[in-house]
Design a protein around this ligand. Structure first.
Ligand SMILES: Cc1cc2nc3c(=O)[nH]c(=O)nc-3n(C[C@H](O)[C@H](O)[C@H](O)COP(=O)(O)OP(=O)(O)OC[C@H]3O[C@@H](n4cnc5c(N)ncnc54)[C@H](O)[C@@H]3O)c2cc1C
Length: 399
């Protein structure tokens, strides 16, 4: 029997990769909950920061873009940079894509992946099934990679929406904080949008931002500079190069690659969020956060001011919108032997052409590929570059 390729993940990257491999006639088994990061780990009523042109899952056949979904669903076509995508519409689009192009998706968790001595990989599913795959594509996205800095780790049990501190990925329903005094730490879109949605749900919200002038909003489409090339992220030469030439990214020195992944397309609120934010959410700028106390259940942040004093900020709850860090050590479904065999750079897998890791047959796409292929891999539009190339490489090596 021909061994299938296993794709772990049913978010935008897993689904898009599966569609490309299926179109090449390669047998695949695809695992995961469709669009779960968007459904359970982002706030309800969130609006996407990416524009419609940058929010389609890449497919080998025509007819599967976000605009095609809008037509099929009989809703307003989302196409221009001024059309803003509600997260609920994007989830429905991802599920429609899955039903059309990856109908055999198995909604089970992969518990472990180990190399087999005779070649290929052995996978164990949480149904108890064991099977052999000729290649494995890791498309697990944000799962397990939420980053909570040590100074915000207030209790030994870790972050939780019902405890003193949580991570932004633990929230879907922010109405639980109506009438409460909430601090959101961070200055990126996730922090600012979480703050706005909580304020609109009736919370009193302060954003605590580390550094001066970090809370800022992008320019609306009609104010984008005209003489620079267009990219899915706005008009700029750097964004254009990173969006359309990610293959050159791998050749940059490691320090530059890691720096750019963090900095390019870094913290900046969407243009349409400004009016909902200003005057409704207070911003407190601090030099740094020193620590968090949670005596009696409510958190108090100890912060260092720019004048060098330590001040205390008390609240009913703190949400850390402090992002995600790729670390192969946190991907505990990969067996220990496999994890030590994968060559890494600062915890992220070092990928070659076609998204293959140093272990033949083991591929990574989406966020874990960003340190090799650049910041575009953190966004849905990265599927356009990644999925056909990964599928081509895999078909040539294991087809
Ligand atoms: C608040 C927020 C807002 C964002 N807004 C945008 C935006 O506007 N535009 C944009 O382009 N990007 C946005 N992003 C980034 C976006 O999350 C990623 O682009 C996208 O989700 C990555 O897709 P993915 O397929 O790699 O992973 P995910 O969407 O995270 O999917 C992971 C999949 O892996 C599965 N999985 C994990 N572990 C296992 C396992 N052991 N076994 C089986 N399955 C497993 C899960 O079930 C899931 O199906 C945003 C991110 C956040 C946090």
């Amino acid at each position: 029997m021909i061994q299938p390729v296993a794709i772990i993940g049913a978010g935008p990257f897993g689904l898009s990769t599966a569609a490309h491999l299926r179109a090449r006639g390669i047998p695949v088994r695809v695992f995961g909950e469709p669009m779960v990061s968007w459904r359970d780990h982002m706030p309800a009523k969130m609006l996407l920061k990416s524009t419609p042109v940058a929010s389609s899952l890449d497919a080998p056949q025509q007819g599967h873009t976000l605009a095609d979904y809008c037509d099929a669903a009989g809703i307003k076509r989302l196409v221009t940079d001024e059309d803003i995508i509600p997260v609920e519409t994007f989830i429905a689009y991802g599920e429609w894509f899955q039903q059309k192009l990856v109908p055999e998706l198995e909604q089970v968790r992969v518990v472990s992946v180990d190399r087999r001595s005779g070649g290929g990989f052995e996978l164990k599913l949480d149904s108890g099934e064991l099977f052999t795959a000729r290649a494995v594509v890791v498309a697990t996205g944000l799962h397990g990679l939420a980053h909570l800095p040590a100074e915000l780790n207030a209790v030994p049990d870790g972050p939780a929406p019902t405890g003193p501190v949580s991570h932004s990925s633990q929230h879907h329903d922010l109405t639980r904080y109506a009438g409460k005094d909430l601090i959101v730490v961070g200055a990126g879109q996730s922090a600012l949008e979480t703050a706005v949605l909580a304020a609109e749900a009736g919370a009193q919200v302060r954003v605590v931002s580390r550094g001066r002038g970090k809370v800022a909003f992008g320019a609306p489409p009609w104010d984008q500079p005209r003489l620079r090339p267009e990219s899915p992220f706005g008009r700029a030469w750097s964004l254009w190069a990173l969006s359309y030439y990610p293959h050159s990214y791998r050749r940059l020195p490691a320090g530059a690659r890691h720096y750019l992944v963090r900095r390019v397309l870094g913290p900046l609120g969407a243009w349409w969020l400004r009016d909902r934010f200003e005057g409704k959410v207070q911003v407190i700028e601090v030099d740094r956060i020193v620590g968090t106390d949670a005596d009696g259940g409510s958190p108090t942040l100890r912060v260092r001011t720019f004048g060098g004093q330590t001040e205390k900020l008390a609240a009913d709850h703190v949400i850390a919108a402090t992002g995600y860090r790729v670390d192969i050590a946190a991907m505990d479904f990969l067996g220990p032997e496999l994890r030590t065999r994968v060559a890494v750079s600062r915890g992220t897998p070092r990928l070659g052409a076609g998204y293959v890791s140093s272990v033949p047959g083991l591929y990574f796409t989406g966020l874990p590929a960003a340190a090799s292929y650049g910041p575009v891999m953190r966004f849905v539009c990265g599927t356009e570059f990644a999925s056909p190339r990964l599928a081509r490489h895999l078909a040539a090596a294991h087809g």
